[in-house]
Design a protein around this ligand. Structure first.
Ligand code: MN
Length: 242
């Protein structure tokens, strides 16, 4: 299979994100085909828990996939973030449930955990689709223009929320993007619990940067544990008739 390692890891990432409660029947994860590449790998339109290597499609930065299989409606999220952010090698878009409330209130999502130092640089921005699509849209990122708007909101950050919809998390590797998506959900849960008790003390940007540098070397440990919990289907042998 072409793009063997990327494909193998992307299938695992889909299943990990379902197992960790970040993706459900919806949402998606992609990986850029190497630093500087203008192509990325993303499943065809399919629930993430069912994705196999045979379902992965190479897309270009216009969001156009090779072949004639039906792509995800919101592939422009990935395409326009890769276009705007050469440093980004992987993107997760999810509707993870503890994060969504922070997209609809005037309290920003902020880092309360040392494991979420990547959230500490700024109050997490929220993409308001009404600024681009009026007040009767379906809230989905179904065009390059909306994808560009979301990429502008993300700016140089690791995470952006989408009002009434979900979020995106990006990373310099697939494992980092997966890690950030999982810990964005965990941090959101912890922040809401802390706010129910009292007024949280948030990590400073300096603490976040230091914690992120330390934790960054632990991303592989998290991946290993999460990877061990999920099974991935065997890749069909090349040339098999299946
Ligand atoms: Mn969505």
């Amino acid at each position: 299979m072409a793009h063997g390692n990327d494909a193998h890891d992307l299938v695992a990432a889909n299943r990990i994100l379902v197992d960790q409660g970040v993706l459900d029947a919806f949402g998606h994860v992609s990986v850029r085909l190497g630093p500087g590449s203008d192509r990325f790998l993303l499943s065809r339109n399919l629930a993430p828990g069912l994705v196999t290597a045979a379902d992965l499609l190479v897309h270009d930065l216009d969001g156009t996939p090779e072949g004639d299989q039906r792509p995800y409606l919101e592939r422009f999220i990935h395409a326009e973030i890769y276009r705007a952010r050469p440093d980004v090698l992987a993107v997760v878009h999810s509707h993870s449930p503890a994060v969504v409330p922070f997209s609809v209130v005037d309290v920003p999502l902020r880092a309360v955990l040392h494991m979420a130092g990547f959230l500490a640089a700024r109050p997490t921005p929220v993409f308001e689709i009404r600024e681009y699509a009026g007040d009767a849209s379906d809230l989905l990122i179904t065009s390059a223009e909306l994808g560009r708007g979301l990429a502008r909101t993300l700016d140089t950050g690791a995470v952006a929320l989408m009002r009434g919809h979900g979020s995106v998390a990006v990373g310099a590797s697939l494992r980092e993007a997966v890690y950030r998506a999982v810990y964005t959900e965990i941090n959101a849960r912890a922040q809401a619990e802390a706010m129910a008790l009292g007024t949280p003390t948030y990590l400073t940007p300096g603490e976040g940067a230091s914690a992120d540098a330390t934790v960054g070397s632990q991303v592989d440990r998290a991946w290993g544990v999460w990877r061990d919990r999920v099974s991935t289907p065997a890749t069909p042998e090349a040339g098999s008739a299946r």
